[in-house]
Write a protein that binds this ligand. Structure first.
Ligand code: ZN
Ligand code: ZN
Length: 419
C-alpha cells in the first residue's frame, strides 16, 4: 500500500465519521452491512481506519458485525432447502441495542454483484425476506432519524472486477478506489469543507421544491411517460439530516439527490429503467414497469425478470413507490461514466424511484405518525426499499401546479430552475 493511498484512505474514513455520521464524543458506534448481515472481512483495512477515526472523534465503543461471502455461498450449496427462513436474530438485536441507546450506525455497502449468480431465485428470495424481516425495526429507526447513520461503500475484489472487467486483475481494485475517491471529493484540498458546500447546495434545491409544493410530477423520456402524485405535506430532503436529539448528519456519502415520497396510490403510466439494478446478488436490466392507481400492473425485463417478479411480490407495498428522487445528469457519478452495480452509487448518477417503503420524515410531522396514520397520508410501507434508475440526459420533468398547469423542473436531465 503506498503512502498516498493510505492518506486518502484516512481522508475517506474521516469523511464517513465526521461528515457522514458526525459522530459525537461518548457515542457508541456499530458497523454493519447494509443488506447482507455483516461487513465483509476483506474490507478490514478500511474498517480499522474507520475505527481509528471513530475513537479519535471520541467514540466510547466501536463494534463490528463481520461476515464472509464464502460462508454465504457455502450455505446455498449445503444447507437444507427448507431452512432459508432461518436468521440469526441476535445480529439485529446487537444493532438495535446500540441505536436505541443513543449510538450511531455506519452501514458498509460492499458486495460482489455476481456472488449469487445462478443460485435458486426462490431461496434468494426467502433469505432476503428473512433479513428484511429482522432489519425492519432498524429501518424504522432510520426512517425516524432516531440515530445518526450513514452508508459508505468499500471496494472488494469481486465488485471491482464487475466495474472494471477490462483492466488487469491487479489494477481493478485500485481503479475502484480511485473512482470512489473522486466521486466522494476526497481529492479536494479540504474534503470536509467541499462536502459542507455541496450539502448546502442540495438543501437549497430541496427548499425551493418545498416552496413549490407541487401536486405531482410528470416524467417523459424514451420509454417513459409517468405521472406521480405527491401527497399534501410532502417534504423534499437531501441526505443532510438531523437526528431527533439534534445531531446533523449525512445519510449517504456520496449523495447527489433531493427526494420525497409519492402518494402510493397516485402513480399512472409507464417507466423504463435507465441503468441496471443490482438486487440480492443478481442484476435486473432494461426493465419497464406499468403503474395503475399506484400499483405495478405489468412489467418486463431483458435480464433478471424472475428476480424482478419476486421483488414485486415480497409484500403489498413492494409493487408501489416509496421514493421520488431528482439527480442532475451532470452529477460526478454520472460524469464518471461508470456503472457501479451498487444502487447507493448508481442512484446518485440519475433520477430514480424506489419500490417499497417510504421514509416517514418525507412528510410533515411524519416522524410522529403511526404506520396506519402514515398510510392514511399516502405513505407506502414494505419490507423492501429498492431504488431503480430512470434518469438520463433525455429526461424532462414537469411540476404539476395546483391549477393543473405545469412548469419545468428538469430539462434534458438538468435542473430547469436557478437558485
Ligand atoms: Zn434515493
Ligand atoms: Zn432510496
Amino acid at each position: 500500500m503506498d503512502v498516498n493511498f493510505q492518506t486518502n484512505l484516512k481522508k475517506y474514513a474521516d469523511l464517513a465519521i465526521k461528515v457522514g455520521l458526525n459522530l459525537q464524543p461518548g457515542q457508541k458506534l456499530i458497523l454493519q452491512a447494509l443488506k447482507y448481515g455483516g461487513v465483509p472481512i476483506q474490507t478490514a483495512p478500511l474498517v480499522r481506519e474507520l475505527t481509528v477515526s471513530a475513537y479519535q472523534a471520541g467514540a466510547r465503543l466501536v463494534d463490528v458485525l463481520w461476515r464472509d461471502d464464502a460462508l454465504k455461498l457455502i450455505r446455498f450449496e449445503h444447507a437444507p432447502r427448507d431452512s432459508f427462513e432461518e436468521f440469526p436474530a441476535w445480529q439485529a438485536q446487537v444493532i438495535l441495542e446500540v441505536i436505541e441507546n443513543g449510538g450511531a450506525m455506519l452501514s458498509i455497502s460492499s458486495f460482489d454483484p455476481d456472488l449469487m449468480e445462478g443460485q435458486d431465485p426462490d431461496l434468494l428470495d426467502l433469505q432476503q425476506k428473512a433479513i428484511q424481516k429482522h432489519r425492519k425495526p432498524i429501518i424504522t429507526h432510520a426512517g425516524k432519524n432516531t440515530m445518526n447513520w450513514t452508508v459508505l461503500s468499500i471496494p472488494i475484489a469481486g465488485w471491482a472486477r464487475k466495474v472494471f472487467p477490462d483492466l488487469p486483475v491487479d489494477e481493478q481494485e485500485p481503479a475502484l478506489w480511485d473512482a470512489l475517491f473522486k466521486i466522494c471529493r476526497v481529492y479536494e484540498e479540504d474534503p470536509l469543507k467541499a462536502w459542507q458546500v455541496h450539502i448546502t447546495d442540495l438543501d437549497k434545491r430541496s427548499d425551493f421544491l418545498n416552496h413549490k409544493s407541487y401536486q405531482g410530477l410528470h416524467y417523459t423520456a424514451p420509454g417513459t411517460d409517468l405521472r406521480i402524485g405527491l401527497p399534501v405535506g410532502h417534504t423534499w430532503k437531501s441526505a443532510g439530516f438531523t437526528t431527533r436529539s439534534g445531531i446533523p448528519f449525512t445519510a449517504n456519502v456520496p449523495t447527489e439527490e433531493v427526494f420525497t415520497l409519492p402518494d402510493r396510490e397516485l402513480t399512472e403510466g409507464i417507466v423504463s429503467s435507465s441503468r441496471p439494478l443490482a438486487y440480492s446478488g443478481n442484476v435486473i436490466n432494461n426493465f419497464k414497469l406499468t403503474f395503475k392507481k399506484g400499483k405495478v400492473v405489468d412489467f418486463s425485463a431483458e435480464q433478471g425478470e424472475q428476480v424482478l417478479e419476486n421483488l414485486l411480490k415480497i409484500d403489498q407495498g413492494a409493487s408501489m413507490l416509496g421514493e421520488v428522487a431528482l439527480v442532475p445528469n451532470s452529477s460526478p457519478i454520472s460524469q464518471s461514466g461508470l456503472l457501479f452495480y451498487n444502487t447507493l452509487l448508481d442512484e446518485n448518477a440519475s433520477c430514480h424511484l424506489a419500490l417499497g417503503n417510504a421514509y416517514q420524515f418525507n412528510i410533515q410531522g411524519g416522524e410522529k405518525l403511526s404506520t396506519e396514520e402514515f398510510k392514511a397520508r399516502g405513505g407506502n410501507t414494505s419490507l423492501i426499499h429498492d431504488d431503480f434508475m430512470i434518469g438520463s440526459g433525455k429526461m424532462n420533468i414537469d411540476g404539476i401546479i395546483a391549477d393543473g398547469k405545469t412548469e419545468p423542473v428538469m430539462r434534458d436531465g438538468e435542473w430547469a430552475f436557478k437558485l
